[in-house]
Design a protein around this ligand. Sequence first.
Ligand code: FHN
Length: 437
Amino acid sequence: MKNVCMKKQSILFGLLLCFATTSLAQPHYQPSEANLKARSEFQDSKLGVFLHWGLYSMLATGEWTMTNNNLNYKEYAKLAGGFYPSKFDAAKWVAAIKASGAKYICFTTRHHEGFSMFDTRYSDYNIIKATPFKRDIVKELADECAKQGIKLHFYYSHLDWGREDYPWGRTGRGTGRPDPKGNWPSYYQFMNNQLTELLTKYGSVGAIWFDGWWDQNPDFNWQLPAQYELIHRLQPACLIGNNHHRTPFEGEDIQIFERDLPGENASGLSGQDVSPLPLETCETMNGMWGYKITDANYKSAQTLIHYLVKAAGKNANLLMNIGPQPDGELPEVAVQRLREMGAWMADYGETIQGTRGGMIPPHDWGVTTQKGDTLYVHILNLQDKALFLPITERKVKKATLFKDKSPLRFTRSKEGILLELKAVPTDIDCVVELTLG
Ligand code: FHN
């Protein structure tokens, strides 16, 4: 009997020890109150604008030109000497973006080319020291965002095609950097130094948006936990997202998708499981992220609005990209699209912003969003005057057409309700508002 007891005790002790060491080895990230609040505000905001701007805009062939054309890193760096975006006006950019209804801007502080668009002590290859422009673009943007009341997120590339200490990855092998091994400790320290600058010199940062993890083998140790801990220590509310095309890692606050809505994988970069974290999907307005002079393939306002609405129906934000020109202006068509989206948002923004994905999952006809007892039915594609909605768990008390608040008839059955529209919908998004009991 005594033996059995002792055996049980030692098993219990073993289990406790095992639990203690695992939890010591992998402390779980506990987001702060401020971070949880920021997540919820992020989800409310639904629309953000992505800006890909760097030296590459001068070559006007997109942000991958350096590696696509195997441009030598020392030659490429000479572009900085000619970077003088004379028409750059942060106030104008922010106003144009705000007019779209967007609630945040995500700016490329340093893209894969390795050039820092901000004043940094840790590399002379930056906007102040290496260009005749000598103005801290990130600072001007940050000040203007604070002034105009819109959040600012920082894109930060994990990979670097121009630094000798960045260990060679899958891309950027033809840029002439001498040593494939690089010097990881030096590069890691450099990134953390820059992140510290970004999080201490530019006011409150909505998010750090990492990109480039995919450049190395999956077993490469990026030392993310310590980096994430640094960010959350400097600004607990700052959201961390990493465009690694995987389900989120420990310490991340949002899940990012690229060119696909959550759960879809037409572009080949998604298909990963959808996590319970706030979701964001990024997409280009034309075809390229960075400015490309020949890319006039802008999506129509209707396509962009449909994408935004579909994202909202999947409980995700849309981060819509623009590639600013080398002269510092946003392309005219992009500004026009921002205006068109803004006009739609002025009327329909409340059916998107502040909502979550609705109780009816997306269908071919459209999606639903929900705020409390209000369910917004977004009809995007219906060649009929009747729409069946499978709502069984809640009672539908009232149905109205959102745009003019006119009542709509509907009939109830055990399977749901049959909504009667007055005509086959032709609006970009015919929104029906249901009041649930
Ligand atoms: O390589 C980048 C690309 O240039 C761009 O920044 C996009 C935006 O999501 N992300 C990367 C590819 O996954």
